[in-house]
Design a protein around this ligand. Structure first.
Ligand SMILES: NC(=O)c1ccc[n+]([C@@H]2O[C@H](COP(=O)([O-])OP(=O)(O)OC[C@H]3O[C@@H](n4cnc5c(N)ncnc54)[C@H](OP(=O)(O)O)[C@@H]3O)[C@@H](O)[C@H]2O)c1
Length: 250
């Protein structure tokens, strides 16, 4: 642990999309380091279960990043002691109705992917970053993807969303390069979560079959560990991007 790093007991973290997958694993990893974790997503019941597991210091809050009012009111809806967020993990995202050609998908699904993965991430950062700037302290972690490095067939909208995360995150880092606000993009490869099942509107069996069709997948904890590594650096070090892929990708 870096002595002047931001990952210290008593720091406050906000994790969006904390009810499942990478977000839940990250909330667990941060709580294990003594961080007070605000767990945010649409499914409050699942967040309550996670917070009960994490114990004192953790807090659940309903957040729909695709809803402007929900994101804008986020800080005001938090207990006062949790409003000074040191660490933001902007993780909420989906690919609902994805992995098909543009003409074969529904425009409402395409819009929802952009509204969540891009606009929602921007809204979340916009709600949190001004406080970090005012306090002169903060670390923003966004969840990009290897889908933001290279396009694939059937990926038009999801690829576009993750290319956008990459451009946004890099520019955000450069905007605050003159102050103590660090910005990191984590770019996972295939990770076994609820993500693939949700692509098929919650059909978990289809999600499992998808992950099983690959030689190897990452686990959510693998990505949480990468996030902790980025947060654990001394003040002079910024991990700008970290690409994390399964060893056997075939
Ligand atoms: N799994 C992979 O292979 C992979 C690879 C690269 C990048 N990623 C990225 O990693 C991030 C996390 O994905 P995951 O794999 O952990 O998927 P997941 O298991 O499906 O979890 C997604 C999380 O996002 C939340 N979410 C979705 N829409 C939301 C909204 N409008 N407002 C607030 N929360 C919302 C969900 O919670 P609620 O339903 O409770 O709102 C859930 O907690 C995403 O940005 C994804 O694009 C995943």
């Amino acid at each position: 642990m870096a002595e002047d790093g931001i990952l210290q007991p008593g720091a406050v973290a906000l994790v969006t999309g904390a009810s499942a997958g990478i977000g839940a694993a990250t909330a667990r990893a941060l709580a294990a380091r003594g961080v007070a974790v605000v767990c945010a997503s649409r499914n409050k019941a699942r967040l309550d279960e996670l917070v009960a597991e994490l114990g004192a210091g953790a807090h659940a809050i309903e957040l729909d990043v695709a809803d402007a009012a929900s994101a804008e009111s986020l800080i005001a809806r938090l207990p006062e002691g949790l409003r000074a967020i040191d660490i933001l993990v902007a993780n909420a995202g989906h690919d609902l109705g994805g992995r098909r050609r543009l003409d074969q998908g529904a425009v409402a699904d395409w819009a929802s992917i952009i509204e969540t993965n891009v606009t929602g991430m921007i809204r979340t950062c916009h709600a949190v970053v001004p406080g970090m700037v005012a306090r002169g302290r903060g670390h923003v972690v966004t969840l990009g993807s290897t889908a933001g490095l290279k396009a694939y067939p059937g990926g038009t909208i999801y690829n576009a969303s993750k290319f956008a995360v990459r451009g946004f995150t890099e520019a955000l880092r450069l905007d605050y390069g003159d102050r103590d606000l660090r910005v990191t993009e984590i770019l996972p490869g295939l990770t076994r979560t609820e993500f693939a099942g949700r692509r098929h509107r919650g059909d978990a069996a289809k999600g499992t079959a998808y992950y099983d069709s690959f030689a190897e997948t990452l686990e959510p904890g693998d990505i949480a560990r990468a996030i902790v590594y980025a947060l654990d650096q001394p003040a002079r070090v910024t991990i700008a991007q970290m690409v994390v892929v399964p060893t056997h990708e075939g």
